[in-house]
Design a protein around this ligand. Structure first.
Ligand code: F6P
Length: 370
């Protein structure tokens, strides 16, 4: 048993439905052990820049603060995917930007605030920072989060089920209007490195083509599928694209801005819709679901996973674990070392049975003629 009096929780990176369930579980499980629980605003910004917050940036989390929040999307603590404290962008006198390592300063702030341990909830960026803080002496447990479901060391992350459910509902609606008008509708969903959302929602929604980052595409096979459907009397088609898919020999579609260290993706849906129009002559529309997939109330699956991860993080701290990430290894939640937890992305294996099933159904991935 470790002597813990006070723990902090922070949420970093893009938000995901289920974050508030994690915050609730960490708070209640911590308080039920007699610990103080505080929340850091906007990743680590609340600790680094207290003057920017009316409440001081680090807030007490009594039981009342987490009452009835599991069903709420977003995070009551706020989040950021900018300003990595280990490579913090600072403008120089000559106007140029340099990266400053603020690790020691941040660790010092944890000590000043008498925080004995940190539960950091985030994706690859936040977990890498968490591992860095652990290596510099802070007691840290990570909780994996991403709607993209692309973290390798855990079977699942909360937010994915909610995103797939909503995307499927949208595809269902678009299916109806595409049928009425005999149009090609391209639906762009999130998925930077992995096409899990596109694949699962596309299949559940009955898409006719799905483009994912793991399978570089040509538009000719997709156009051939659309024409083949037309010959069979189906004048409409639904094409689901992950934002991070790329044509054979080409790069991802970006909007020319960076967020943190990553380039913002965008525009692929429109490009695919226009390209398919050029090849088929069919009337087309593009719908970008984007951040709609990150909002909304988490499904029961995501609420439960968030609660399980949050409570498991507290049990990990209580039993002396340090520098670990909680992970789902069905049916159990386990702990894996934080180091290496983000080294490899969990991408869609092109020969997995879900892809084979899709091919058996005639769904085109832009790599083979129908
Ligand atoms: O959470 C990951 C993700 O959903 C990616 O698929 C997407 O590229 C990114 O977030 C967008 O995040 P933001 O617009 O908040 O920077």
């Amino acid at each position: 048993m470790i002597d813990i009096k006070r723990i902090a929780i922070s949420t970093g990176g893009g938000d995901a439905p289920g974050l508030n369930a994690v915050i609730r579980a960490v708070t209640l499980a911590g308080r039920n052990r007699g610990w103080d629980v505080v929340g850091i605003r906007d990743g680590f910004n609340g600790l680094l820049f207290p003057d920017q917050y009316a409440d001081g940036g680090v807030v007490d989390l009594p039981r009342e603060a987490v009452r009835g929040i599991s069903h709420l999307g977003g995070t009551i603590l706020g989040s950021t995917n900018k300003g990595n404290p280990t490579a913090y962008p600072v403008q120089q006198e000559d106007g140029s930007w340099a990266e400053v390592d603020r690790t020691d300063e941040l660790i010092g702030k944890f000590r000043e605030a008498e925080i004995d341990a940190l539960v950091t909830v985030g994706g690859d960026g936040s977990l890498t920072i968490g591992n860095h803080l652990f290596q510099h002496g802070l007691r840290v447990v990570g909780v994996p989060k991403t709607i993209d479901n692309d973290l390798d060391k855990t079977h699942a992350t909360f937010g994915f089920d909610t995103a797939v459910g909503f995307a499927t509902e949208c595809i269902d609606r678009l299916f109806v209007t595409a049928t009425s008008h005999g149009r090609v509708i391209v639906v762009e969903v999130m998925g930077r490195y992995a096409g899990w959302i596109a694949l699962h929602a596309g299949m559940a929604g009955g898409a006719h083509a799905i483009l994912i980052p793991e399978i570089p595409y040509d538009l000719e096979p997709v156009a051939a599928t659309i024409k083949q459907r037309e010959e069979r009397g189906a004048k409409f088609s639904i094409v689901v694209v992950a934002e991070g898919a790329a044509p054979k020999g080409g790069g991802v579609s970006t909007v020319g801005q960076t967020v943190g260290q990553a380039e913002r993706l965008g525009g692929l849906g429109d490009k695919v819709a226009q390209g398919l129009h050029d090849l088929t002559g069919k009337e087309h529309r593009c719908v970008v679901l984007g951040h709609l997939l990150r909002g909304g109330s988490p499904t029961p699956v995501d609420r439960l996973l968030g609660l399980r991860f949050g409570a498991a993080a507290v049990r990990a701290l209580e039993t002396g674990h340090n520098g670990v990430m909680v992970a789902l290894d069905p049916p159990q939640v386990t702990y894996v070392p934080l180091v290496g937890a983000t080294h490899r992305m969990k991408t869609v294996p092109p020969d997995c049975d879900t892809i084979l099933t899709a091919r058996d159904l005639g769904i085109n991935f832009g790599d083979q003629m129908p």
